[in-house]
Design a protein around this ligand. Structure first.
Ligand code: C2E
Ligand code: MG
Ligand code: MG
Length: 710
């Protein structure tokens, strides 16, 4: 048998067993490996002294080389017994080749089987040992995590408690013991159901039951508990459900963080936000929210009442005796108001010396009137502050209405306005809400509050009324009269808003605006009509005379429009000049000195005396409309004599006289006869747009007409 025969046998062997075992050898490598075994088999068969145990060793080696598949041995034995004897043929040294091959094969099979058995025992052993090792490691890890858990449980700053599903507490960490003041033994005698707080929301225990049933894995909420000493703690509570290996609920773990301090602080801040620090009464904010709540819950037929109270003359006390006394007084008033009220009535300080009592669920107006009576009686008693014995009264606005009829803002505003009526009616009393008066007051407030914005929005406009010379009926001037084109209420005359503007101070802005408008208009007429252009007469409110900037404003406006000061006349009422202060007179003197005309408007309605008239820097007297009425009455002749005397007086003082409100030819004739210089009234022309003036100017001065068209 040649070497090539050996290789061919090894290749066939490889063919026979390839793929029968998990050996990572390719066909060629396998054939090379089997060539070695083939060599050993041939050598063993042909040996001079035959040793069948070589076959056993070959079997063992095959297993060691991982030829362990069941088919491997079968294929190997078949190939050896079928082909090897033929290949070796007859040999001079060896005559019993087939027997030797059979013995070697049997021995190989035995070696193979033995080695295989040992190997699988080894493998089992390895698995077993690995199992042991793994268990030991797991036990160590468990112990470590148990230690870690214990350390955490014991050292944790938050309270941790463990309980079974029946609610029996089985463990509680030191933090929880400190938090509740129970020892561990005391805790373990407790059941979770004993932890109910009477003010727990019903949802707390529903959620808990859900968790125990396995319906949820944890919940979190702020909850109050009682400590062992009966004190209260607020906690941030988290309860978690722990399940067993079958995913069934097993026990519960609760973690509690003590948030009492934070809650206390929160409560304190809330109290501060809703209370007046001086009197400790509720403040405006709380009233607003309480009212909002009442109105939100409003049911048909539900009513609500308000007493809006303002002390009379509190400012005097504050100013004359000092804020300390004022503060004490407010505290006493607050205490008295609180005593007047019962449950369901909220007393609040709205600010300054204003208080409000909110009465929920009234049966009718009488309920609040009775309360107001009680309050007035409580205020009647003098208040002692230090050495001062003070008598304070209060004005109260009473409002009582069905909730559905109103809203919190309107209710408060109505009570406030009604209180002002009590003041106007003489103080130390209450006034009851009156819808009609309230509505007109509300309108006044609305107008007053929106006036400045209305100036910005250009809602105001100026009309001009001609001033005629009575002798020849020529147009010499115009009075500027302001109007408000209100988006809701239509065109409003000055009687609707000038007083309001004066009260609120908006008159300063409005007055400056009118002056600017009138002067711009005067300039436009001057440009068109030259010397025939009229002067403009602008009404000045009392407050404007106290404005430090008035002279500078007027100077600037005149300069901006290139107007001579004599093109402007200012109309002032007696009221504006009836001031003890020197300011207004100084201002007037300056303006007069500049050459601006000064007229005393509505003359004859006040109490003027001659020295006053002499003292004032004036150019003109405007006789009040009542004189025109007199000239139309049955006693017209007497009135005419009076007007004539006044005109003489005015002329003696170097003043001109204008008659207002001339509606009839008789009035016109009589004023002229009485010696008045100028007049205005519907007989000539009512106040109107600038175009009306232009029309009149063109009609009287045809030359101007031409010059403007040129
Ligand atoms: P006043 O200055 O005495 O103005 C004359 C008022 O008489 C004007 O009323 C005018 O429309 C009205 N009138 C004109 N002709 C007749 C007439 O033939 N018969 C009757 N009965 N009345 C006539 P108006 O425009 O309603 O102004 C009322 C008052 O408002 C003014 O009285 C003036 O005191 C004030 N006012 C008007 N505009 C302004 C302004 O811009 N500033 C200030 N501070 N007050 C103004
Ligand atoms: Mg006037
Ligand atoms: Mg007038």
């Amino acid at each position: 048998m040649t070497a090539a025969d050996h290789e061919a046998f090894a290749r066939r062997w490889a063919e026979a067993i390839v793929g029968t075992s998990y050996v990572s050898m390719g066909r060629r490598v396998l054939a090379k490996h089997l060539l070695g075994l083939t060599q050993r088999l041939v050598d063993a068969t042909l040996a001079e002294e035959f040793d069948p145990s070589v076959g056993r060793q070959i079997g063992v080696d095959m297993v060691a080389a991982h030829f362990t598949g069941t088919e491997t041995l079968r294929g190997t034995l078949a190939l050896i017994s079928e082909e090897l004897p033929g290949l070796l043929g007859s040999n001079p040294h060896c005559t019993d080749v087939p027997r030797r091959v059979a013995q070697l094969a049997a021995s190989m099979a035995a070696g193979y089987a033995g080695a295989l058995r040992e190997r699988s025992l080894d493998e089992q052993d390895a698995v077993y040992r690995a199992g042991l090792r793994a268990r030991r490691q797991a036990e160590q890890a468990l112990a470590a995590s148990e230690t870690k858990f214990r350390a955490m449980f014991t050292e944790a700053a938050i309270g941790i408690g463990i309980g079974d599903l029946a609610g029996n507490i089985t463990d509680a960490n030191p933090a929880l013991q400190r938090m509740f003041g129970y020892s561990l033994e005391e805790f373990t005698r407790l059941n979770v159901s004993a932890m109910v707080h009477p003010e727990d929301a019903s949802s707390v225990w529903q959620t808990y039951a859900e968790l125990i049933r396995g319906g949820r894995d944890h919940f979190r909420m702020e909850k109050r508990f009682y400590r062992s000493d009966g004190g209260e703690i607020w906690t941030n509570l988290t309860v978690s459900l722990v399940r067993d290996e079958n995913n069934e609920p097993a026990y519960q773990v609760a973690m509690l963080e003590d948030v009492s301090e934070r809650r206390l602080l929160q409560a304190k801040l809330e109290h501060q936000a809703y209370h007046d620090p001086l009197t400790l009464l509720a403040n405006r904010q709380l009233v607003t929210e309480r009212l909002a709540q009442i109105f939100a819950e409003s049911a048909v037929g539900r009513r609500v009442g308000l007493c809006f109270l303002d002390l009379d003359g509190f400012k005097v006390v504050n100013d004359s005796l000092g804020h300390h006394v004022g503060d004490q007084l407010l505290k006493t008033v607050a205490a008295r108001l609180t005593r007047c009220c019962c449950a369901g009535e909220l007393v609040a300080r709205m600010g300054g010396d204003e208080f409000v009592i909110v009465v929920e669920g009234t049966a009718g107006e009488q309920d609040v009137v009775t309360l107001a009576d009680r309050v007035l009686a409580a205020m009647a008693e003098p208040i002692r502050v230090g050495k001062h014995q003070l008598r304070v009264t209060a004005s109260i606005g009473v409002v009582e209405r069905p909730v559905v009829d109103t809203n919190p803002e309107d209710l408060l505003q109505a009570a406030d306005i009604t209180m002002y009526r009590a003041k106007a009616d003489g103080k130390a009393r209450y006034a009851i809400f009156d819808r009609i008066r309230n509505d007109s007051e509300v309108l006044r407030f609305t107008l007053s509050a929106t006036m400045l914005a209305a100036i910005e929005r250009d809602e105001f406009f100026v009309e001009y009324q001609p001033l005629f010379r009575l002798q020849d009926r020529s147009l010499i001037g115009v009075e500027a009269l302001v109007r408000w084109r209100h988006p809701t209420f239509g065109v409003l005359g000055p009687e609707r808003f000038i007083d309001l503007a004066e009260e609120s101070g908006s008159i300063v802005q409005l007055g400056r605006w009118v002056l600017g408008q009138a002067c711009e208009q005067a300039r436009a007429w001057g440009d068109s009509f030259g010397a025939a252009a009229p002067f403009v007469s602008v009404n000045l409110a009392p407050r404007q005379l106290h404005e430090p900037a008035l002279v500078a404003d007027i100077t600037e406006i005149l300069a901006d429009n290139h107007l001579e000061p004599a093109s402007l006349q200012l109309e002032l009422t007696e009221q504006a000049l009836l001031s003890d202060a020197d300011g207004p007179l100084t201002v007037l003197t300056k303006l007069h000195g500049m050459g601006v005309r000064i007229a005393l408007d509505d003359f004859g309605t006040g109490y003027w005396n001659i020295p006053d008239l002499r003292r004032l820097p004036l150019h003109e007297l405007k006789l009040a409309g009542s004189f025109a009425e007199g000239l139309q009455s049955p006693s017209a002749l007497v009135d005419q004599r009076i007007v004539a005397a006044l005109a003489d007086l005015a002329h003696a003082l170097g003043l001109t006289v204008t008659a207002e409100g001339i509606e009839t030819p008789e009035q016109f004739g009589r004023f002229r006869t009485a010696g008045c210089d100028t007049g205005q009234g519907s007989l000539f022309a009512p106040p109107g747009a600038p175009e009306q003036i232009e029309h009149l100017l063109r009609a009287c001065h045809p030359l101007c007409d031409i010059s403007t068209e040129a």
